[in-house]
Design a protein around this ligand. Sequence first.
Ligand SMILES: [Zn+2]
Ligand SMILES: [Zn+2]
Length: 938
Amino acid sequence: MLTSLSEMLDRRRREIAATPSLGALASRLGHLLGPLLARPLYVPAEKATLTRDGGVCPMDGARLEFDPLSPQEHRCGRCGAAYTGERHHGAWLWRYHLWLAERAIHLALLGGLRNDAEHRDRARELLLGCAAAYPRVPNRDNVLGPSRLFFSTYLESIWLAQVAFAGALVEAGDPVGSVASRELAPLRAAVRESAAIVGSFDEGWSNRQVWNDVGLLAAGLWLDEEPLVTGALDGPHGLVRQLAHGVTADGLWYEGENYHFFALRGFVLGAELLRVAGRDLYQDPAAGEKLKAMFVAPLDTVLPDLTLPARGDAVFGVSLRQPRFAELWEIARARAPHPRVEAILADLYAAGGPEAPDDDGLSELAEQERNRPPRRVRRDQLGWKALLAMLPDAPAPARGAWVRGSCLLGDAGVAVLRSGERYVSLECGGRPGGHGHPDLLHVSLHVGDGQGRESGIGNRASSSDARHDSRIPISDSRPSSGNLLADPGTGSYVSPSLHWYRSTLAHNAPGLAEHGQLARRAYAAAFAVRGDWSWCHAVAPGLLGPLTEAGRTVILGPRYLLDVVDVEMVGDGVVELPLHPLGGSPGADQPAGEDRLLDVELDRLPLDAAGGLNAVFAPRPGEVARIQWAPGPPGFDFSDGPSRPFLVRAASGSGRWVAAYETQPDAVWAVRDGGGEIVVETPRGADRFRMGSRMRPSVEIVEGDASPVVLEGVRAEPPAPAPPPRARPLVVSCRRLDAAPDPRRWQTTIPAIGVHRLGMPHYRRSELSWREAGGTSADVAIFATRTAVGFAVSVRKPSLVLRPPEAADPALDNEAPDIHSDGIQCYVGSGAWEGYVVVPIAGSDRIAVRAVAGTAGDPDRVSGSWAPTADGWNAVITVNLGCLIEPDQRVPVNLVINEMLPGRVRRAGQLVLSGAAGWVYLRGDREAPGDAARAVVE
Ligand SMILES: [Zn+2]
Ligand SMILES: [Zn+2]
């Protein structure tokens, strides 16, 4: 179906010949391939692996640099140390397989565009190498979906898209295309098999599914298999529906900026492939406008220094001043032109800054980006996609014309207020998805354009005596600039710090003490801009539990930001409001300080925590404040950030927190909360803010004698999403016994009517189906003694693979290693939800018990034993609830049997009492109480 590829190459060949900038790009890309032509091809038939330490510097946690020409030695870009070893090599393979596949495109494209036999032959040789290696790598032990070369399906999808497109390019660029076609038969077989693997795993609404679709689309187009193309494009989770559903009305992908660009790159490659097949995705009636909007929407939220905000699981501090962003917008300019795209490109090229010390083009990965410091970006330094699509003429200069100003992206759930050099954003809704953080009502504050300014100059206000003295000059100190308050995003997914970055406390957002936020719904109830003033008022119902509501109002004026947080709740739960000032570098060169309570009345941020931010507070009656230390935002090399102090304000029950943030020293002297009126005292006099009602939010601002400014912009509450349909819980009988039975004979004690047989319908699979994995089945029963709930299991499984309790932690990821063993996970709802992982100890009748983190489990309450049987193993486990269990009581329970197979690193699957089709990936030991069965006590 890619029949017009030859014509396209011919056309492009003429354009490149006629355009010096495209010619320069082509010759640079050709030159980059020198090392690949000069040495024998290295195509390892080895699987990439994900581990906690593989590819990570043990000294500083930075991800090791990827050098495609150095398979064994891996250098840390931060400290310069070099490392070798299998785990680092396994991590390197992740990039290398993708790199190789992309080099095949790179070679084939240049071979075709320049009629260059050497490049074309190398491309063919490389692709045949990949085709030979592919079937030799096992589809096993994956982290997130089936894959041979990788550990996650979406990575294989990128590879699949690239080798299929490269195969098509080799054929199209070959003067004798039929010869190339015959020779590429082994690649066709590998592509077909990879497409079957990718097609077996549907990830629903996900940035990863976008790439699965692109892989299948490329395979289908090259193999001429219409059903593959149709499914990838128009299937239930195909590209068209991903665009319609996954892209918000504001044009932002729903999973945050990081995944926005990842998904967008997938859509763009898909659109380029379709274009060759004669279909224009940009003109698709259902999806075209969304796709075009994706190029422009990030410009609404980008920070003034051209770094991306790190909402959700995004990488912190990623600058747009890198070739890959320019390349993306060059494609937009060619396919879906827009004045703001034109303007941002012109600004990227016009921006000063250091030239890149080296040309990274050889090691660049188009789809698994590496983040680099901001640099000068040039058109001839882009990649192969630009060679394919970039317009000949450069964008016209248009300094700053891409900026939109203050705006509310209501569907994406973010409000941006811009005034002069200040940028404020408020998290006010959106769809959380798997990569969202519990950070509703989070506030970010960025000041300055980052051009030629130092970040975070320490300029805190002078002493408390001096600040009321109007003779103190207020303009001779330089204001702070850069990120003063920010969402830290996320570092490494396999580092323990993930839990910190995904917590409410790591954000400038209110949460219940020790629990954080309990709901994921918020909306902007008002947003308006008027003259120098703008505001957003956001509301989060149920944020701190049932019958609670939290609201946050940010009001940005010409000299400061006013921040008002309202909490309404029944009772006196403790609510915390953290504030993480990021200016300066406290903690970077000093050990973490002690957490401590502040014993002064809180009206200023203490010096050691201020980080260049002048924060002035209205003390709330009864509030307690403390300074705490935690990792700051991670590096864009995925290392944990250096330890920093932050402020936590805590108070019980309903109430209002008020603060003003400013960057000019002494622009604000004091803030007072006078009920209906908030007063901000400044050197120019008192500013008064009269807040409207809850039903009709508004604020009237009175600055001295000036006439009042009223901000309204009330917005209706969007309808609450319907709760997901929940199947009626499974009801299981719970026989009452005098004591726990002997595990070898429990079936003689519990009648058959109370025994459940678990098999295929209860199986959560990995790469192998239930049958392929051996068809493991089990009989299970729930029973009760006087004060304990018991679990009796009898598993039929030929080989028993038990993890010894003393075995070293393989440090695969953040999951406890005991889940990768034959064993049991027991859950019981005893008021609180308790979970336990139980592993039989080989050579004994004893069991090893671990409480599941995040549940109320206490291993001291668990007892039990196990015994091997003729065809498997039996076990009986009891959990003492510490209270009498009554007849007819309904106890929430669940029981999961982990299945391990010989030779595997990660478990093969699970049998789940409450019933579970689907996949075992990323399940860890977490079973939600909402899915529990109900054990009815006899
Ligand atoms: Zn290092
Ligand atoms: Zn976050």
